[in-house]
Design a binder for this molecule. Structure first.
Ligand SMILES: *Cc1c(COP(=O)(O)O)cnc(C)c1O
Ligand code: SF4
Length: 437
């Protein structure tokens, strides 16, 4: 017998009068009965919308569709619903139609960095494999909202095969992230095939799955799914909780199932105005995550995708939150705050400053309490000159497992002994154009 709350029973009856209580925990039932129009929303939740909100609904959803799983819908508190963090992540706002001059359709240039179908290749050793264009719930703050959901599809085997072929022929790729959309919208069989193909590639060391299912549809984490995934370890799973209210008993059970299955769990939150832009909320979230064996991984600054302006905070809000975490709570609970650079520069970590000043042999640091302290650096340190001739070096590097052609990249170049580069300069500045004249 499955005990549903009164609210869950009432949503179930509204959406599917014939259904028995056990349907609630059937993920396919949940996906099939995702709420997509405001009338059903009103009937199922008992939250009345005024004429203004109803009018705006059609115009907003023409751009960015709505879908809310019955489970996630049941988390919205009826009292004060419009301020509810779950409501704000799930229900369209007319402010999504505001487009600022700084907004971009593809701020992270994911299209430009796509050398093969289903692939985004931005960093040297890891790629995104986009295996789904659908999600159980469409987050209003989705970075890919221009694409996710507007055409609902899961790529065909032949397309995914081309992405996998790209990975197979690029030896430097040691880490593959399944993303989308939500990869767990695929059937177990289809996922099993993709994971098996990836596992068969020698140089793919780890596979990661990014999914919001533990948050919006925890019943997707079935024993069958876990049994299938276990065949493909080492597999890391990253999820996306934004608010402590999302960590319900069902969510905790789903996380426990994954953790017991042996998958290291991480969480990526997005900093969202009106949802979690508060040090106390974030602290309570990271504590709840760690209690559930989930390591907070990133907090993202909300990016410049169209339709997100109302969710953005100043960067200072993120730094304030980091200030309130570092030192104040377990290091395990502290994620890295990142800004995903517009134009495809990738994730850039942003931190409060702890290094206050330094001289030739001392650094001045401050701690979370504001204590100023000094660290005395060694009076003698024999730097090791590195010419990348590792076989002649006193340090032991096991070359059999080391990468072979390993040129320094970016800032690393400026620090390397074996590279003569003294500055990195953007191409085509006026100053350089003049030199070429
Ligand atoms: C975030 C991201 C990754 C993974 O980055 P990590 O910092 O390793 O988690 C890889 N590729 C793209 C395009 C990404 O946006
Ligand atoms: S689950 Fe992820 S991809 Fe899907 S709508 Fe939410 S943020 Fe976007």
């Amino acid at each position: 017998m499955i005990a549903l709350s009164r609210k869950q029973r009432s949503i179930l009856k509204t959406l599917d009068p014939e259904a028995s209580a056990s349907a609630w925990r059937d993920w396919r039932w949940q996906v099939k009965h995702a709420v997509r129009d405001f009338r059903t929303f009103e009937e199922a939740t008992g939250i009345p919308l005024n004429d203004g909100r109803r009018r705006e609904f059609a115009e907003t959803t023409a751009l960015f569709p709505m879908a809310i799983t019955p489970y996630y819908l049941s988390l919205i508190q009826t009292e004060n619903a419009f301020n509810d963090p779950v409501f704000r992540q799930a229900f369209p706002s007319d402010r999504e139609r505001i487009v600022l001059t700084s907004d971009m359709a593809d701020p992270l240039s994911e299209d430009l960095d796509s050398p093969a179908p289903c692939i985004t290749h931005r960093y040297p050793d890891r790629v995104l494999l986009l295996v789904s264009n659908v999600c159980a719930m469409y987050c209003r703050h989705c970075t890919r909202k221009r694409r996710v959901g507007d055409r609902e599809f899961i790529p065909e085997r032949s397309e995914i095969q081309m992405g996998i072929d790209y990975i197979r022929t690029h030896r430097h790729i040691r880490d593959v992230l399944l993303s989308g959309g939500d990869p767990l919208m695929l059937t177990d069989e289809y996922l099993d095939w993709i994971l098996g193909e990836l596992r068969a590639i020698d140089h793919v060391e780890i596979i990661r799955i990014g999914t919001r299912m533990p948050v919006v549809l925890p019943y997707r984490i079935t024993d069958d799914l876990v049994t299938m995934l276990k065949k493909h370890t080492p597999l890391w799973i990253n999820t996306h909780f934004n608010h402590p209210r999302e960590i319900t008993r069902s969510a905790s059970e789903a996380l426990a199932r994954l953790a017991d299955g042996g998958f290291p769990l991480g969480n990526q939150s997005v900093l969202l105005a009106g949802v979690n832009d508060c040090p106390l909320i974030m602290k309570s979230l990271v504590h709840a995550l760690v209690r559930n064996r989930v390591r907070p991984y990133y907090i993202y600054q909300c990016d410049l995708s169209e339709g997100l302006s109302h969710f953005r905070t100043p960067v200072g809000k993120g730094i304030e939150i980091m200030e309130s975490l570092i030192g104040h709570t377990s290091g395990l609970c502290v994620p890295t705050y990142v800004i995903d650079a517009p134009g495809g520069g990738g994730k850039i970590p942003v931190m409060p400053n702890y290094l206050i000043s330094w001289s030739t042999n001392k650094v001045v640091l401050r701690n979370y309490e504001g204590v100023m302290t000094t660290y005395h650096e060694p009076d003698s340190y024999e730097p090791i000159f590195c010419d990348r001739n590792c076989t002649a070096c006193d340090l032991f590097l096991d070359l059999s497992s080391a990468p072979e052609d390993d040129d320094a990249v970016g800032i690393e170049k400026l620090l390397a002994d074996h590279d003569d580069t003294i500055s990195l300069v953007p191409a085509a500045t006026d100053r350089y154009e003049r030199r070429n004249d």
